[in-house]
Design a protein around this ligand. Structure first.
Ligand SMILES: C[S@@+](CC[C@H](N)C(=O)[O-])C[C@H]1O[C@@H](n2cnc3c(N)ncnc32)[C@H](O)[C@@H]1O
Length: 196
């Protein structure tokens, strides 16, 4: 049996609607930290104009490769090994990058590497969509996010719910402009940056 993330099952529908708009003009998408592969399969199935490239830190979990293989979608590629800290990232082309629930897991140094990598891998007019919890003006958006942040930090001092303003500054350093900030279920956000 393939691992199933309940959170992915709940958020993949609302996320699909965000990506349907954000990636409407894109043909190639790279996903960072694909996890179980549920997002990759769902988005590739419903956004057929896009070629979807999942990735994971090496060694790529066999279950991710298996879920992708079983989906048998012509526009879904076998997962690549990709650690945001290791440059250069595997070659593109990439017109879009998507990543869910990764920035609060990786260290802040890795978040910096994530944005440098996205800046280098995306074509001139690329789109980036990041999903997850964020703080705004130093405040959590809900008590449950504050509890989640404390739980994360207790498990790994390098992990934390990130400040939107600090993340947006990293994006702007790569010449991205925030195009949308969607409220999502469970107090998460879907942030979309565009480079013109
Ligand atoms: C909470 S899981 C999210 C998985 C999936 N995107 C989802 O929404 O269910 C965090 C993911 O971040 C990935 N990750 C952590 N550090 C990373 C790094 N340095 N480079 C790339 N991915 C990383 C992990 O491998 C894992 O897949």
């Amino acid at each position: 049996m393939l691992a199933l993330s309940e959170a992915c099952e709940r958020n993949k529908g609302p996320l699909l609607e965000v990506l349907r708009g954000a990636f409407a003009a894109c043909h190639t998408a790279l996903e960072i930290g694909s996890g179980t592969g549920q997002h990759a399969v769902h988005f590739a199935a419903h956004l057929p104009w896009l070629t979807w490239q999942p990735s994971e830190v090496a060694p790529v979990p066999p279950a991710l490769g298996e879920r992708v293989r079983l989906a048998a979608l012509a526009n879904l590629r076998a997962p690549l090994a990709l650690d945001v800290r290791e440059f250069p990232w595997p070659a593109g082309p990439r017109e879009a990058v998507f990543s869910a629930n990764t920035l609060h897991i990786m260290s802040w140094e890795s978040v910096g590497a994530f944005f440098r990598g996205v800046g280098a891998t995306l074509e001139a007019a690329g789109v980036l969509c990041v999903y997850g919890p964020f703080r705004y003006q130093g405040r959590h958006t809900s008590p449950s996010n504050a509890e989640f942040d404390a739980w994360l930090r207790a498990g790994d001092p390098d992990s934390a719910v990130r400040d939107f303003e600090a993340v947006d500054a990293l994006a702007r350093a790569q010449r991205f402009e925030l195009a949308a900030d969607h409220a999502m279920p469970a107090n998460n956000r879907a942030l979309v940056w565009q480079r013109h």
